[in-house]
Design a protein around this ligand. Structure first.
Ligand SMILES: Cc1ncc(COP(=O)(O)O)c(C=O)c1O
Length: 292
Protein backbone atom coordinates (compact mmCIF):
# COMPACT_ATOMS: atom_id res chain seq x y z
CA UNK A 1 0.00 0.00 0.00
CA UNK A 2 1.31 3.46 -0.83
CA UNK A 3 1.75 6.02 1.90
CA UNK A 4 -1.11 8.56 2.05
CA UNK A 5 -0.27 12.12 1.08
CA UNK A 6 -2.44 14.73 2.70
CA UNK A 7 -3.55 18.06 1.29
CA UNK A 8 -4.73 20.96 3.44
CA UNK A 9 -7.51 23.26 2.28
CA UNK A 10 -9.78 25.65 4.11
CA UNK A 11 -13.24 24.41 4.97
CA UNK A 12 -14.54 27.17 2.65
CA UNK A 13 -12.26 26.43 -0.31
CA UNK A 14 -12.52 22.69 -0.31
CA UNK A 15 -15.36 22.27 -2.81
CA UNK A 16 -13.19 23.32 -5.78
CA UNK A 17 -10.10 21.46 -4.60
CA UNK A 18 -11.71 18.13 -3.73
CA UNK A 19 -12.21 17.29 -7.41
CA UNK A 20 -8.54 18.05 -8.12
CA UNK A 21 -7.49 15.85 -5.20
CA UNK A 22 -9.58 13.00 -6.57
CA UNK A 23 -8.23 13.40 -10.10
CA UNK A 24 -4.68 13.40 -8.77
CA UNK A 25 -5.32 10.13 -6.99
CA UNK A 26 -4.81 11.78 -3.61
CA UNK A 27 -8.37 10.87 -2.69
CA UNK A 28 -10.96 12.85 -0.75
CA UNK A 29 -10.14 11.07 2.46
CA UNK A 30 -6.68 12.63 2.39
CA UNK A 31 -8.01 16.15 2.03
CA UNK A 32 -7.93 17.88 5.43
CA UNK A 33 -10.32 20.76 5.95
CA UNK A 34 -8.82 23.57 8.00
CA UNK A 35 -11.36 25.61 10.01
CA UNK A 36 -11.99 29.21 8.98
CA UNK A 37 -12.34 32.45 10.95
CA UNK A 38 -15.47 34.58 11.06
CA UNK A 39 -14.60 36.11 7.66
CA UNK A 40 -14.22 32.63 6.08
CA UNK A 41 -10.40 32.75 5.87
CA UNK A 42 -8.18 29.80 6.70
CA UNK A 43 -7.26 29.73 10.40
CA UNK A 44 -3.48 29.47 10.33
CA UNK A 45 -3.20 28.50 14.01
CA UNK A 46 -5.50 25.57 13.33
CA UNK A 47 -3.45 24.68 10.24
CA UNK A 48 -0.27 24.57 12.34
CA UNK A 49 -1.95 22.39 14.96
CA UNK A 50 -3.19 19.93 12.32
CA UNK A 51 0.22 19.74 10.65
CA UNK A 52 1.92 19.02 13.97
CA UNK A 53 0.16 15.66 14.01
CA UNK A 54 0.66 14.74 10.37
CA UNK A 55 3.82 13.42 8.80
CA UNK A 56 2.17 12.72 5.44
CA UNK A 57 1.36 16.33 4.51
CA UNK A 58 2.63 17.41 1.11
CA UNK A 59 0.52 20.36 0.00
CA UNK A 60 -1.43 23.29 1.36
CA UNK A 61 -3.92 24.76 -1.08
CA UNK A 62 -5.13 28.21 -0.08
CA UNK A 63 -7.77 30.44 -1.64
CA UNK A 64 -7.32 33.85 -3.21
CA UNK A 65 -11.06 34.44 -3.55
CA UNK A 66 -13.42 31.69 -2.42
CA UNK A 67 -16.53 30.92 -4.45
CA UNK A 68 -19.01 31.79 -1.73
CA UNK A 69 -17.70 35.09 -0.43
CA UNK A 70 -14.49 35.96 -2.31
CA UNK A 71 -12.53 35.54 0.95
CA UNK A 72 -8.76 35.61 0.62
CA UNK A 73 -6.79 33.37 2.98
CA UNK A 74 -3.78 34.93 4.79
CA UNK A 75 -1.42 33.85 2.04
CA UNK A 76 1.81 35.23 3.49
CA UNK A 77 1.32 33.36 6.80
CA UNK A 78 0.36 30.19 4.94
CA UNK A 79 3.46 30.51 2.74
CA UNK A 80 5.55 30.64 5.95
CA UNK A 81 3.89 27.46 7.23
CA UNK A 82 4.39 25.74 3.89
CA UNK A 83 8.06 26.65 3.89
CA UNK A 84 8.56 25.47 7.50
CA UNK A 85 6.97 22.11 6.71
CA UNK A 86 8.42 21.69 3.23
CA UNK A 87 4.95 21.68 1.61
CA UNK A 88 3.93 22.58 -1.91
CA UNK A 89 2.04 25.90 -1.68
CA UNK A 90 -0.82 26.09 -4.15
CA UNK A 91 -3.14 29.09 -4.42
CA UNK A 92 -6.58 28.80 -5.97
CA UNK A 93 -7.06 32.18 -7.57
CA UNK A 94 -9.36 30.83 -10.28
CA UNK A 95 -11.94 33.46 -9.51
CA UNK A 96 -10.08 35.96 -7.36
CA UNK A 97 -6.39 36.24 -8.29
CA UNK A 98 -7.04 39.37 -10.36
CA UNK A 99 -8.62 41.00 -7.28
CA UNK A 100 -5.10 41.88 -6.15
CA UNK A 101 -5.26 44.66 -8.75
CA UNK A 102 -8.24 46.29 -7.04
CA UNK A 103 -8.01 49.70 -5.38
CA UNK A 104 -8.23 48.28 -1.87
CA UNK A 105 -7.23 44.61 -2.12
CA UNK A 106 -7.78 42.25 0.81
CA UNK A 107 -4.68 42.08 3.04
CA UNK A 108 -4.55 38.31 2.52
CA UNK A 109 -3.21 38.78 -1.03
CA UNK A 110 0.23 39.69 0.36
CA UNK A 111 2.19 36.51 -0.20
CA UNK A 112 0.29 35.33 -3.30
CA UNK A 113 3.56 35.74 -5.21
CA UNK A 114 5.12 33.08 -2.96
CA UNK A 115 2.93 30.30 -4.37
CA UNK A 116 4.55 27.30 -6.04
CA UNK A 117 1.48 27.18 -8.27
CA UNK A 118 -1.32 29.67 -8.81
CA UNK A 119 -4.55 28.75 -10.60
CA UNK A 120 -6.19 31.68 -12.37
CA UNK A 121 -9.13 31.59 -14.76
CA UNK A 122 -9.11 34.32 -17.40
CA UNK A 123 -12.57 32.92 -18.32
CA UNK A 124 -13.96 34.32 -15.10
CA UNK A 125 -13.13 37.89 -14.17
CA UNK A 126 -11.48 38.81 -17.47
CA UNK A 127 -14.48 37.60 -19.45
CA UNK A 128 -12.40 35.44 -21.82
CA UNK A 129 -14.68 32.86 -23.48
CA UNK A 130 -14.62 29.48 -21.70
CA UNK A 131 -12.55 27.35 -21.41
CA UNK A 132 -9.44 29.30 -20.61
CA UNK A 133 -8.19 28.28 -17.20
CA UNK A 134 -4.51 28.48 -16.45
CA UNK A 135 -1.93 27.69 -13.87
CA UNK A 136 1.19 29.71 -13.25
CA UNK A 137 4.14 27.77 -11.90
CA UNK A 138 7.12 29.08 -9.98
CA UNK A 139 9.27 26.46 -11.73
CA UNK A 140 7.70 25.26 -14.96
CA UNK A 141 10.24 22.44 -15.03
CA UNK A 142 8.27 20.76 -12.21
CA UNK A 143 5.35 20.35 -14.62
CA UNK A 144 7.67 18.96 -17.27
CA UNK A 145 9.08 16.49 -14.75
CA UNK A 146 5.56 15.35 -13.91
CA UNK A 147 3.99 15.19 -17.37
CA UNK A 148 6.71 14.64 -19.92
CA UNK A 149 6.19 11.39 -21.75
CA UNK A 150 7.48 11.82 -25.27
CA UNK A 151 6.73 8.98 -27.67
CA UNK A 152 9.47 8.21 -30.22
CA UNK A 153 7.53 9.86 -33.07
CA UNK A 154 7.59 13.19 -31.22
CA UNK A 155 11.21 13.17 -30.13
CA UNK A 156 12.73 16.63 -30.57
CA UNK A 157 15.47 18.80 -29.16
CA UNK A 158 13.09 21.50 -27.97
CA UNK A 159 10.30 20.95 -25.40
CA UNK A 160 6.75 20.26 -26.57
CA UNK A 161 3.90 22.08 -24.81
CA UNK A 162 2.35 18.67 -24.21
CA UNK A 163 5.21 17.95 -21.81
CA UNK A 164 3.83 20.56 -19.41
CA UNK A 165 0.31 19.22 -18.86
CA UNK A 166 -2.06 16.30 -19.27
CA UNK A 167 -3.17 17.06 -22.85
CA UNK A 168 -1.21 15.70 -25.79
CA UNK A 169 -2.89 18.03 -28.29
CA UNK A 170 -4.46 21.22 -27.14
CA UNK A 171 -6.15 24.25 -28.65
CA UNK A 172 -4.60 27.70 -28.68
CA UNK A 173 -6.47 28.86 -25.58
CA UNK A 174 -3.75 31.34 -24.77
CA UNK A 175 -4.70 33.38 -27.83
CA UNK A 176 -8.03 34.28 -26.23
CA UNK A 177 -6.37 35.36 -22.98
CA UNK A 178 -3.75 37.31 -24.91
CA UNK A 179 -6.39 39.03 -27.07
CA UNK A 180 -8.41 40.14 -24.03
CA UNK A 181 -5.38 41.25 -22.09
CA UNK A 182 -3.88 43.19 -24.95
CA UNK A 183 -7.25 44.80 -25.68
CA UNK A 184 -7.83 45.87 -22.07
CA UNK A 185 -4.21 46.53 -21.15
CA UNK A 186 -3.17 46.61 -17.51
CA UNK A 187 -5.10 49.84 -16.94
CA UNK A 188 -8.24 48.32 -18.43
CA UNK A 189 -8.01 45.29 -16.18
CA UNK A 190 -7.41 47.47 -13.12
CA UNK A 191 -10.46 49.55 -13.98
CA UNK A 192 -12.60 46.43 -14.56
CA UNK A 193 -11.60 45.11 -11.12
CA UNK A 194 -12.23 48.51 -9.51
CA UNK A 195 -15.65 48.83 -11.18
CA UNK A 196 -16.89 45.36 -10.24
CA UNK A 197 -15.50 45.30 -6.68
CA UNK A 198 -16.96 48.79 -6.19
CA UNK A 199 -20.39 47.54 -7.25
CA UNK A 200 -20.20 44.51 -4.94
CA UNK A 201 -19.34 46.83 -2.05
CA UNK A 202 -22.26 49.07 -2.96
CA UNK A 203 -24.52 46.02 -2.98
CA UNK A 204 -23.10 45.07 0.43
CA UNK A 205 -24.00 48.51 1.74
CA UNK A 206 -27.48 48.35 0.17
CA UNK A 207 -28.31 45.05 1.85
CA UNK A 208 -26.78 46.16 5.15
CA UNK A 209 -28.92 49.29 5.18
CA UNK A 210 -32.14 47.53 4.13
CA UNK A 211 -34.30 46.18 6.98
CA UNK A 212 -35.25 43.08 5.04
CA UNK A 213 -31.72 41.88 4.16
CA UNK A 214 -28.68 40.74 6.08
CA UNK A 215 -25.09 40.78 4.80
CA UNK A 216 -23.43 37.46 5.68
CA UNK A 217 -19.75 38.16 5.00
CA UNK A 218 -17.46 41.13 4.42
CA UNK A 219 -17.28 42.12 0.75
CA UNK A 220 -13.59 41.90 -0.16
CA UNK A 221 -13.83 41.12 -3.88
CA UNK A 222 -16.71 41.29 -6.34
CA UNK A 223 -18.96 38.88 -4.42
CA UNK A 224 -21.68 39.85 -1.95
CA UNK A 225 -23.17 37.04 0.15
CA UNK A 226 -26.36 37.92 1.98
CA UNK A 227 -29.83 36.67 2.79
CA UNK A 228 -33.37 37.89 2.51
CA UNK A 229 -35.04 38.34 5.87
CA UNK A 230 -38.40 40.03 5.38
CA UNK A 231 -40.46 41.01 8.40
CA UNK A 232 -43.06 38.45 9.33
CA UNK A 233 -41.14 35.39 8.15
CA UNK A 234 -40.19 33.30 11.20
CA UNK A 235 -36.48 32.50 11.62
CA UNK A 236 -37.07 28.78 11.06
CA UNK A 237 -38.49 29.48 7.59
CA UNK A 238 -35.64 31.69 6.35
CA UNK A 239 -33.63 28.79 4.96
CA UNK A 240 -36.58 27.54 2.95
CA UNK A 241 -37.25 31.05 1.65
CA UNK A 242 -33.67 31.78 0.65
CA UNK A 243 -33.26 28.38 -1.01
CA UNK A 244 -36.25 29.18 -3.22
CA UNK A 245 -35.32 32.75 -4.14
CA UNK A 246 -32.51 32.28 -6.74
CA UNK A 247 -34.56 29.99 -8.97
CA UNK A 248 -37.55 32.33 -8.91
CA UNK A 249 -35.35 35.38 -9.59
CA UNK A 250 -33.71 33.65 -12.55
CA UNK A 251 -37.07 32.46 -13.82
CA UNK A 252 -38.38 36.04 -13.87
CA UNK A 253 -35.58 36.77 -16.33
CA UNK A 254 -34.40 40.18 -15.16
CA UNK A 255 -31.49 39.26 -12.88
CA UNK A 256 -29.14 36.34 -12.34
CA UNK A 257 -28.48 35.20 -8.81
CA UNK A 258 -27.14 32.01 -7.27
CA UNK A 259 -27.69 30.50 -3.87
CA UNK A 260 -25.23 28.83 -1.55
CA UNK A 261 -24.80 27.58 1.99
CA UNK A 262 -22.74 29.76 4.25
CA UNK A 263 -22.05 29.53 7.97
CA UNK A 264 -24.81 26.94 8.31
CA UNK A 265 -27.55 28.96 6.60
CA UNK A 266 -28.97 29.29 3.10
CA UNK A 267 -27.53 32.36 1.43
CA UNK A 268 -27.85 34.41 -1.73
CA UNK A 269 -24.71 35.15 -3.68
CA UNK A 270 -24.21 37.89 -6.24
CA UNK A 271 -20.93 37.83 -8.14
CA UNK A 272 -20.38 40.96 -10.23
CA UNK A 273 -18.04 40.35 -13.16
CA UNK A 274 -19.55 42.01 -16.20
CA UNK A 275 -18.05 45.40 -17.09
CA UNK A 276 -21.46 46.61 -18.25
CA UNK A 277 -23.14 46.12 -14.86
CA UNK A 278 -24.33 49.37 -13.31
CA UNK A 279 -25.54 50.56 -9.92
CA UNK A 280 -29.06 50.63 -11.37
CA UNK A 281 -28.74 46.89 -12.02
CA UNK A 282 -28.07 46.36 -8.31
CA UNK A 283 -31.35 48.10 -7.53
CA UNK A 284 -33.10 45.81 -10.02
CA UNK A 285 -31.55 42.75 -8.33
CA UNK A 286 -32.68 43.79 -4.85
CA UNK A 287 -36.17 44.58 -6.14
CA UNK A 288 -36.37 41.29 -8.03
CA UNK A 289 -35.55 39.39 -4.82
CA UNK A 290 -38.38 41.17 -3.02
CA UNK A 291 -40.79 40.45 -5.86
CA UNK A 292 -39.71 36.82 -6.08
C1 LIG B 1 -12.34 29.55 -6.50
C2 LIG B 1 -12.62 28.63 -7.66
N1 LIG B 1 -11.78 27.62 -7.93
C3 LIG B 1 -11.98 26.77 -8.96
C4 LIG B 1 -13.10 26.88 -9.76
C5 LIG B 1 -13.26 25.93 -10.91
O1 LIG B 1 -13.06 26.65 -12.06
P1 LIG B 1 -12.97 26.13 -13.58
O2 LIG B 1 -13.32 24.70 -13.60
O3 LIG B 1 -13.92 26.99 -14.30
O4 LIG B 1 -11.56 26.40 -13.99
C6 LIG B 1 -14.02 27.90 -9.51
C7 LIG B 1 -15.24 28.03 -10.34
O5 LIG B 1 -16.21 28.61 -9.96
C8 LIG B 1 -13.76 28.81 -8.46
O6 LIG B 1 -14.58 29.86 -8.23
Amino acid sequence: MTRPMTVYVSAEGHSCLRRAAELLGVGSRNVREVPVDSAYRMDVTALRAMLAEDDAAFCVAASAGTVNTGAVDPLDDIADVAREHGLWFHVDGAYGAFGILGPDPAPGYAGMHRADSLAVDPHKWLGVPVDCGCVLLRSPSTARDAFSLVPPYLRAEEAWLSEYGPEQTRPFRALRAWATMSHLGRAGIVSLIAHTTGLARTLGTMVTEADDFELLAPVVNSIAAFRFKPAGVPAERLDELNRAVPGVVRGRGRAFLTGTRLGGVEALRACVLHPGTTEADLGVLVEEIRRA
